[in-house]
Design a protein around this ligand. Sequence first.
Ligand code: UN1
Length: 492
Amino acid sequence: MKLQNFIGGQWGTSEDLKFVPVINPANGEELAQVPMSSTGAVEQAVAVAKKAQKSWALVPAPKRADYLYAIGLRMKEKKEHLAQVLTKEMGKVIEEGRGEVQEGIDMAFYMAGEGRRLFGETTPSELANKFAMSVRAPIGVVGLITPWNFPVAIATWKSFPAIVAGNTFIWKPATETPMMAYEMAKIFEEVGLPEGVANVVFGSGSEVGTALIEHPDVKVISFTGSTATGSKVAELGGRHLKKVSLEMGGKNAVIVMDDADLELAVEGILWSAFGTAGQRCTACSRVIVHKDVKAELEERLLTAMQLLTIGDGLDESVKIGPVINKTALHKINSYVEIGRQEGAKLLAGGNILTGSPFDQGFYYAPTLFTDVKWDARIAQEEIFGPVVSLIEVESLEEAIEVNNSVQFGLSSSIFTQDINRAFQAQRDLDTGIVYVNAGTTGAEIHLPFGGTKGTGNGHRDSGVAALDVYTEWKSIYIDYSGKLQRAQIDTE
Ligand code: UN1
């Protein structure tokens, strides 16, 4: 199957383009071919999105929201199909595939509700007989650049607030996982979303992504991906005076205090470190453990890790799927090599899985290092794979300091039964998301998602905060005094 761009409600791609295969990372099977569009497709998409935006902005927000309800319902009807496609193209286990689709459904209904809120503010004027208010105004055409690890949920965090607020969008999905974008475009068509409101252009970041960022009629760029690419997006966007929202890397830690419920902590670490084969921005890749419980935690983790079944995520009994591709496999492996050279002690894993049933896919053994120094490379850099480093500390203060020592600030977690420690930690952990007695993953869509420091640039996906990315505040003064009144001027 050759995928087609979806522009202005039409499917099409010029045949002379290069197509690249979409590979199932579980078994190397070719699932489809994705076009590498040229800048011409971006030109075309921006032109139709710009035209559509004028009338879309005039549709009352509660009516725009009706389309989101329809999209959410359609996603719900197709949930199993979507989850299967997602697992095939991305590799995450089917339970997580279903979860991710559910995240998109939740986002549709949540943002549809925003259609009847989109609250503005009224404010007293300093002058008599004058009314003052601020409303959220749409911005125009927005460009969405999304990653392969959450091929549908992240796109919904961006596109749904964008359209409920009266913008139109062009979505460039990751080339590794274009099929979910194709499925979503079909849903946009099925629910009769007006032509040009939602557009999908497949292609590379260097060609399609750059063209979107540079285009003068694209007013907002929302990007999720690596910190290296994100900083280039920010640089180019800045040069073109774009509003750029960035969601980038993480180096998230679980802190285990000496009073923690260790059974719970092990479960929390296991799922946030090895779920999605560690390929979440929110994945736990450091465990900061109090010295008094370190030995017991290590033992319990090792026992629990032995029960993790690895394989094709479509098999319901499998808990850990493959990583996305060969490049990822080798990057993870080279970090493990760095860890060894840095003197960390390898307790489990540390190798690419070979032999049947792994040889056609890209599988890495869940890996646990201990005695890792807080400033080692494996404890500071994002690995994006199933590799965890245990770091020993002696106090809560030290744990917080180690947590905050990295350049990223997405998610953090603490296991403790002491309410005072929990509250101190939620205040002092320098991350956009903090969990108490839960792992580092599992953010809910109605709360802002994003991070501090090198993770982002102050914007947030999902939650009501996402509306700040896709709206401009407009302040409106209505003078009904019948005379020209001037603010700040004393006319008495
Ligand atoms: C990501 O890691 O890129 O909080 C997104 C979570 C999911 C979203 C993760 N709801 O783990």
